[in-house]
Design a protein around this ligand. Sequence first.
Ligand code: HEC
Length: 109
Amino acid sequence: MNPLQPCMRLCCGLALIAAMGGAHAQPTSATLQLRTLAATCAACHGTDGRAVPDSGIVGLRGRDRNELAMRLLAFRDGTRPATVMHQIAKGYTPEQIDQLAAYFAGLPR
Ligand code: HEC
């Protein structure tokens, strides 16, 4: 038997589940896309923006939307000094920054 076969079967299964999820449109692909974007922040800011205790990095959930967006844009254009966020913020368009700010602001604190 091809050693990759179980893996391929699993991958097909996952693709099928994903496709079925899409058919029910719950959650929508736009929401999934946004959550994927937001997941890139989780390594440092915690899952769904819930600060990891004693990490020294602030949480993002339930914060003011405009404040989050302004800080991210300031990191992006270099007007706000940072150790890492100036590099990370450059990876997102202003539209994506706005969506991220809205997403985290919309989560209960
Ligand atoms: C590698 C770790 C890391 C990742 C990944 C990361 N951040 Fe940060 N973030 C930081 C650190 C550290 C700071 C403090 C500023 C600095 O030194 O860069 C910060 C600061 C911020 C601030 C300012 C908070 C405040 O109150 O001043 C915002 C907003 C922010 N991050 C949003 C995000 C978003 C949105 C993402 C995902 C797109 C993200 N961060 C991904 C480490 C990270």
